[in-house]
Design a protein. Structure first.
Length: 347
């Protein structure tokens, strides 16, 4: 089975697993786990922040950050296709009691003018705009990379109006590898930012949230409250450290495969459009004459290929460490079978 559904499906390599045998561990809750401490120190430096905290998931990173930065009744600003809105089970409302102003951007990104227009005036009748969130790269925007100037400009607008800023950096390292721009440069205008180790970096557990010392102190209290505090977390942190040392540069291989697949998919007769492929995500829309996304995904599954249906006629495939060019060839063979023919031939 070739699994293109998501880069969250990656499995730790044998070498990554072996690092666990030699890692030094202790009680993380007592600041006695040196491996976790090293991981947090490295990620804080990577993102240009004062401190960091190790968390079980990226969703917890986002939800803790939102709660630290806001008060109940506030409003946060996000792009309408982002992870916070679509894949965190209503967490901002349930956990932090905040409203969301959803911006309709392009490929998951919005403009400074949109941010300015979205910020509420100071009124006793309206929620208070307190937090701007961005996603780098933009998952449902096809893995699109925010241009650095645009990213800096939207953050500057938010800051000028007194808002906090947060970066969902689940795939930030994909942007870093593609552009050569350091992670700290991308994160510079943001009060909090995080990276995920369970996607293209192939670790089984973990994300690290970074910010100021004060922010991380508050984040730690929420980690404890949410049940995210661990004991000998170095067991999993060791694999995250291995990923930093060994799996970052190889993200370029995922980008190259995705680019090739995107070009080939765009040539299929029953494909209407492919979003620009910048990193490791390929999102394409099917013509009305093609099978629905759900039908296509079911057909692919029967052929040993896993992909994702994200709408009636929208399909997503994601490249990662566990799919290579042979897997890509198998995927394209199946897609050509179902989407390559002209509608007259299909009929």
């Amino acid at each position: 089975m070739y699994d293109f559904y998501a880069d969250t499906k990656t499995k730790p390599t044998p070498e990554m697993r072996r690092t666990v045998l030699d890692c030094v561990v202790g009680d993380e809750q007592k600041d006695e786990d040196p491996t976790t401490t090293e991981l947090c120190k490295r990620v804080a430096e990577l993102l240009g922040k004062e401190a960091a905290v190790f968390l079980p998931s990226g969703t917890m990173c986002n939800e803790i950050a939102i709660k630290v930065h806001t008060n109940p009744g506030d409003e946060i600003i996000c792009e309408q296709s982002c992870h916070i809105i679509n894949f965190e089970t209503g967490g901002p409302g349930a956990i932090s009691g905040v409203m969301i102003k959803a911006l309709h951007g392009q490929n998951g990104m919005f403009t400074p003018d949109q941010v300015q227009d979205a910020i509420r005036p100071n009124s006793r009748y309206m929620p208070k705009s307190t937090l701007l969130c961005v996603e780098q790269t933009a998952n449902m925007g096809g893995g699109a990379i925010w241009p650095l100037e645009q990213l800096q400009d939207v953050a500057a607008i938010a800051k000028s109006e007194g808002l906090a800023t947060h970066m969902d950096g689940a795939r930030l390292m994909n942007a870093v590898v593609k552009t050569g721009i350091p992670a700290a440069t991308y994160a510079e205008g943001f009060d909090s930012a995080w990276i995920d180790f369970t996607k293209g970096l192939a670790a089984p557990v973990g994300a690290v949230l970074a910010g100021s010392h004060e922010f991380i102190a508050q984040a730690w209290r929420l980690k404890q409250q949410f049940g995210g505090a661990m004991r000998q977390s170095g067991i999993v942190a060791s694999m995250c450290l291995y990923a930093l040392d060994n799996h970052v540069n190889r993200l370029a291989d995922d980008h190259a495969l995705a680019h090739t697949l995107g070009e080939q998919i765009s040539q299929l007769a029953q494909v209407k459009a492919v979003l620009p492929v910048e990193t490791n995500i390929v999102i394409f829309d099917l013509k009305d004459t093609a099978p629905t996304a759900a039908d296509l995904v079911a057909k692919l599954r029967a052929d040993g290929i896993l992909a994702g249906a994200f709408g009636t006629r929208r399909v997503r495939i994601v490249t990662h460490i566990d799919v290579d060019t042979a897997a890509g060839d198998a995927l394209m063979g199946c897609l050509k079978k179902y989407l390559g023919a002209d509608v007259r031939e299909v009929a």
